[in-house]
Design a protein around this ligand. Structure first.
Ligand code: NAD
Ligand code: AKB
Length: 314
């Protein structure tokens, strides 16, 4: 690596874990964390940190040249549930943040960009089970529309300007080091905190709402593996499907109950139910497996074990 890495949105659910892993791998001083808010202690104290609003192009340019940045991971976005509360703002952040970075990369010496898409690019007309890489993508949320447009821009900048941008359609992510930030799949993190604290959780999705999910360690490993793969192995420049596990609130609750016998769940679906209903239940990730040898390591029981173990002692 000729220069340093910049992570934008480093205080969030993924950013917190990604910065720590990247610093382990490439050295603390080689990974600059940035966000509009102050991150948790470990990210803030563990290496360089800059306040950065991704919509402020002048400051982005300044930070890139100040730290000799050659790779950027762009995580700043509004997620599915929050985006529906403020569609105009979500569109501006999710779209213009990405366009600022892609345009800058075309002119500067940025070697690689990572930008995450989501299973939200799929919509009610996409196949529910084992949703393929190439299929109907007609999202009906502003978040999904912004992710689909983002994918098209990534491919466009790669084709027309040789910007080496790489992307994954993350499923719902579950980790214990950070809290989720306003998505529809957040329940799968909240449920652990409430199980340990109150022995009860009221879920905002129906008991049989199956969604694609992934343990955070798998997601972070996928991200770094994709970024480290030789350029010729990356044959999809929009965004790759990846899969970890698929479960419903009832199934995760019953796995938790096997370990916390007096845990109870109840259901009170809200506006997030219609978002969940529009997404697939499971994902076909065969192309990621073929192209850059992606493989998930965590299934539901293993993820529940590790979540409870770590949350109990932290
Ligand atoms: P998050 O909401 O937890 O974190 C986003 C971070 O971006 C926050 O710390 C926020 O302060 C920061 N931010 C907001 N506006 C900013 C701005 N203008 N400039 C700089 N920083 C800004 O989100 P996350 O869960 O960590 O998601 C990161 C990315 O991954 C997003 O693009 C999201 O769509 C995508 N993704 C996440 C999941 C998931 O389950 N977490 C699934 C699919 C895709
Ligand atoms: C959300 O629920 O919005 C995210 C996602 C799947 O993109 N977790």
């Amino acid at each position: 690596m000729s220069g340093k890495i910049l992570v934008v949105g480093a205080a969030g659910q993924i950013g917190t874990e990604l910065v720590l892993k990247l610093r382990d791998q490439y050295g603390d001083n080689n990974v600059v964390a940035s966000d509009i808010k102050t991150p948790g202690y470990e990210v803030f104290e563990g290496g360089p940190y800059e306040i950065l609003d991704i919509l402020d192009l002048k400051r982005l340019n300044h930070i890139v040249s100040k730290h000799n940045i050659t790779q950027v991971y762009l995580l700043a976005a509004l997620l599915s549930s929050t985006a529906e509360q403020n569609p105009g703002f979500a569109w501006n952040l999710n779209m213009n943040g990405l366009l600022n970075l892609l345009n800058m990369a075309r002119k500067n010496k940025i070697e690689k960009i990572f930008w995450p898409s989501s299973i939200a690019v799929f919509g009610p007309n996409s196949p529910k089970e084992m949703c393929p890489q190439y299929t109907i993508t007609e999202p009906n949320t502003v978040y999904g529309i912004s992710k689909l447009a983002g994918e098209r821009w990534c491919e466009y900048f790669f084709e027309k300007s040789d910007v080496d941008v790489r992307s994954i359609r993350y499923p719902g992510l579950i980790g214990w080091k950070s809290q989720p930030g306003g998505g529809t799949t957040d329940y799968a993190v909240h449920i652990f905190h409430k199980a340990l604290k109150d022995r009860h959780y009221t879920c905002y999705l129906k008991e049989d709402s199956f969604l694609p999910m992934m343990y955070m360690d798998d997601a972070i490993r996928a991200t770094i593996e994709l970024m480290e793969a030789p350029k010729e192995q990356i044959k999809i420049r929009s965004s790759y499907n990846i899969a970890g596990m698929s479960f419903s609130p009832k199934e995760i609750a019953s796995e938790i109950k096997k370990r916390i016998a007096d845990f109870k769940i109840s259901f009170d679906p809200d506006h997030r139910q219609s978002i969940a209903d529009s997404w697939p239940s499971s994902i076909d990730d065969s192309l990621a497996r073929q192209h850059w040898l992606w493989e998930a390591h965590y299934d539901l029981p293993k993820m529940v074990d590790v979540m409870l173990k770590n949350l109990q002692f932290n």
